[in-house]
Design a binder for this molecule. Sequence first.
Ligand code: PGA
Length: 255
Amino acid sequence: MASRTPFLAGNWKMNQEQQLTMDFMHGLSVWLQDHDASSIDIALFPSFLSIPAAIATAHESVIVGAQTVASYDNGAYTGEVSAAMIADAGCGAVLVGHSERREYFGESEQDFVLKVEKALHAGLHVIYCVGETLDQRKAGSQQDVVRKQLDPVLKSIDAEQMKNVSIAYEPVWAIGTGETATPDQAQEMHAFIREWLANAIGEDSVANTRLLYGGSMKPANAKELLDQPDVDGGLIGGASLQVESFTDILSHALS
Ligand code: PGA
């Protein structure tokens, strides 16, 4: 039986300027002084401009990451931030494939394959996000959709690289809507993803891969989601903006 370290990550999206970032990190450090959180991994993903403030003030056990990464190494790509720059700033992780990147910025699997490659090459841990829309779920095609999102990335990496990848299942209909997948829906999809990863990469190689649930995870529903055997953590948006609600969710992962 694999023992996977629970992984709780906060995606701040386009929120929290430097002062709010530092206040949050201070609050989290105070909480971490009173709670032994050595059994879980904690990551926060601020905006690029708040990353230095986050790194300067975060508790040593907290991973700070970037919400996206360029698919190029360097050069004339106005507005982009490379994996090397993100690693150089002190980040340990990056989000790739978030549905908001797919929907609002037209990014596709082709981009994500390159982004994952650049991030892994720079030594960053990747949280690769997948998930279906409401229409796709209503049509019963959610597993097909997720499989198509996973496959190009899985084909481009090997078992060794997979050690530095986590997958976040985030049903688009649950992101920022207050609607959450039921624990059964989350477990069903996570079990499917785990099986698919095992087929693609090898069962032993993915035994420790963390599968995070994302989509309106909050203190009130975190426990029942995290209790599912294939839910190894959460990618938390709205409820990660306040230190109280984020640490409430962390408490559920500790027990
Ligand atoms: P939410 O966002 O928790 O606000 O639904 C999750 C995410 O988009 O990562």
